[in-house]
Design a protein around this ligand. Structure first.
Ligand SMILES: Cc1ncc(COP(=O)(O)O)c(C=O)c1O
Length: 389
């Protein structure tokens, strides 16, 4: 059976070039990057080359890149590294749980937090951030691109507001990296998180950009790795993979692959909306990353559609992978004002570099039939079609 994977916001396959770059660091070049002998120097050089690639992808200096175990750790390092008792922090209602639950944990420790809302398109209003500022606000943390809808936030405007107020600005760039160009200087952020497995590097490696001069407490205590910002022996193969993926992402931008992907996504979206009634795009009208579309199919349960599509060979999801199995509707979609039933009827399709035009055709064939079958079983749909006819 043909299998198509359109859940690249959950994770992506490691590209062959990335795997090739990593392979020697599992065997031949196994040294501890902190060792001063030949074996250590070899891996140290590889880690520093990767740091340069990641810095180029983000527009930072190499010394401002801290390697982590992924996006969650990068988000936690930014947030717990800065917030102190007596501080106030600002975030948004649509953050990934890595940020949302970190902020909630800070609240339990007595730190005040404001969660700014989003509009119907899923956009934070920078003026809401400005209005939420207090004299003790230490940090604003709002994401760059949303993992469920792909909606790109006005981070440059928020960055400007934070700079004027002399407040730290962290943005979770996990779903933006490699999808849209990132320039930390243009954003004006002090911290930005990325995760390798969202752009064809392996799972379990990521990075935090930390602007020079930012006073950040570490999460872990141990050796003085990563300029004392992240103790622990470096994951050299993972870091090498992240560096290679960053390099490939820059080449892909230069070749216009992001525009090609947006065209493929638009084809998929338009075809589904044309073929299936009572559907719509969540986040329509807002700027979005090129690979993501989040579509609601009224009168069905998203989980049922996912299972039915899976049985036919298509892997997609309802949104955040970690909330799969939970019956709660997506906090992102409900924050955008969707009714719970419409939020539960929403599916995320996210493309990756490995997807082909044939994959899109396959999906466009499969989805309308699967939706129709589920709607046939839905008393709600029958009633409403009776009303409509
Ligand atoms: C926006 C966003 N932030 C953070 C994370 C967590 O990254 P990781 O899986 O590398 O811990 C994810 C993963 O889904 C994400 O989409």
């Amino acid at each position: 059976m043909r299998r198509v994977y359109l859940d690249n916001n959950a994770t992506t396959p490691v590209l062959p070039e990335v795997l090739d770059a990593m392979r020697p660091y599992f065997g031949e070049h196994f040294g501890n990057a902190s060792s001063i002998h030949h074996h250590g120097q070899e891996t140290r050089a590889a880690v520093e080359r990767a740091r340069e690639s990641v810095a180029s992808l983000l527009g930072s200096r190499p010394a401002e890149i801290v390697f982590t175990s992924g996006g969650t750790e990068a988000d936690n390092l930014a947030i717990f590294g800065l917030a102190r008792p007596g501080d106030h922090i600002i975030t948004s209602t649509i953050e990934h749980h890595a940020v949302l639950n970190s902020c909630k944990q800070l609240q339990e420790r007595g730190i005040e937090a404001t969660f700014v809302p989003v509009d119907g398109r899923g956009l934070v209003n920078p003026d809401d951030v400005k209005r939420a500022l207090r004299s003790n606000t230490k940090l604003v943390t709002t994401m760059f691109a949303n993992n469920e809808t792909g909606v790109i936030q006005p981070v440059e405007d928020i960055g400007r507001i934070c700079a004027e107020a002399d407040v730290y600005f962290h943005t979770d760039g996990v779903q933006a990296a490699s999808k849209i160009p990132i320039d930390v200087r243009a954003i004006g952020c002090d911290l930005l998180s990325i995760s390798g497995h969202k752009f064809h590097a392996p799972q379990g490696v990521g990075a935090l950009y930390v602007r020079k001069g930012t006073k950040l407490d570490p999460l872990f205590y141990g050796g003085s790795h990563e300029r004392s910002r992240r103790a622990g022996t470096e994951n050299v193969p993972g870091i090498v993979g992240l560096g290679k993926a960053a390099e490939l992402a820059m080449k892909a931008f230069a070749a216009g692959e992001d525009r090609e992907m947006a065209a493929q996504r638009d084809m998929l979206e338009t075809a589904i909306l044309d073929k299936v009634d009572s559907t719509g795009v969540n986040g329509a009208g807002a700027p979005r990353v090129p690979n993501t579309t989040n579509v609601y199919f009224d009168y069905i349960e998203g989980e049922a559609l996912i299972i039915s599509l899976d049985l036919k060979g298509l892997s997609v999801s309802t949104g955040a992978a970690c909330s799969s199995g939970a019956i709660e509707p997506s906090h992102v979609l409900t924050a955008m004002g969707l009714r719970p039933d419409r939020a539960r009827a929403s599916i995320r399709f996210s493309l990756g570099k490995q997807n082909t035009a044939g994959d899109v055709d396959f999906v466009v064939e499969l989805v309308p039939a699967a939706v129709e079958r589920l709607r046939e079983l839905s008393p709600l749909y029958n009633r409403s079609s009776a009303v409509r006819s």
